[in-house]
Ligand binder design. Structure first.
Ligand code: GDP
Ligand code: MG
Length: 182
């Protein structure tokens, strides 16, 4: 079983966070280099895939998005099953989305029930840093880093799906973490 997984190098990643923080936009920017200002709830495919080169290894990232149903317990068990890395996203301009992070993290751990929950790879993205030139920001980088430090040093990236800022860098870290957890 483990050998089969290793050969395919298909890595499942799921993206969680409150509605409107930019999860779908981040994925679209990463996979298609596209950004749309228009708000649309996620419909259609459960996941998108992207081929990634990590050192001398070719892997396929399978990134799962919530279908516009960001309420706890509305995501089925198939959504969570087999995830190798979990990306948590909040909006640096919306404090509530930062406060909810822990609930998302705990819901993930409850659903996936990994053998070593303290070591499971999460990555935190603080998105929309471009908004209003930074004037509407309400969560500081320091606050976010403190949150990460108190949870086994979760890697943290500040991103803009709109401008494509730090998106590739963040997902490369995600791919590496998922591969290490394969
Ligand atoms: P989701 O509900 O988490 O999937 O969020 P969406 O990706 O649908 O984005 C919600 C809204 O925020 C949309 O109107 C996006 O255009 C906008 N948005 C997403 N990312 C950014 C960003 O980095 N900067 C700005 N200014 N707006 C963004
Ligand atoms: Mg969405």
């Amino acid at each position: 079983m483990e050998g089969t997984t290793r050969k395919r190098s298909l890595l499942k990643v799921i993206v969680l966070g409150d509605s409107g923080v930019g999860k779908t936009s981040l994925m679209n920017q990463y996979v298609y280099n596209k950004f749309s200002q228009r708000y649309k709830a996620t419909i259609g495919a459960d996941f998108v895939t992207k081929e990634v080169q990590i050192d001398d290894k070719q892997v396929t990232l399978q990134i799962w998005d919530t279908a516009g149903q960001e309420r706890f317990q509305s995501l089925g068990s198939a959504f969570y099953r087999g995830a190798e890395c979990c990306v948590l996203v909040y909006d640096v301009n919306a404090h509530k989305s930062f406060e909810t992070l822990n609930t998302w993290r705990e819901e993930f751990l409850k659903q996936v029930d990994p053998a070593a929950p303290g070591n499971f790879p999460f990555i935190l993205l603080g998105n929309k840093i471009d908004k209003d030139g930074g004037n509407s920001r309400v969560v500081s980088e320091r606050q976010a880093k403190e949150w990460c430090a108190s949870r086994a040093n979760i890697p943290y990236f500040e991103t803009s799906a709109k401008e494509g800022y730090n998106v590739d860098e963040a997902f490369l870290c995600v791919a590496r973490a998922a591969l290490a957890n394969e």
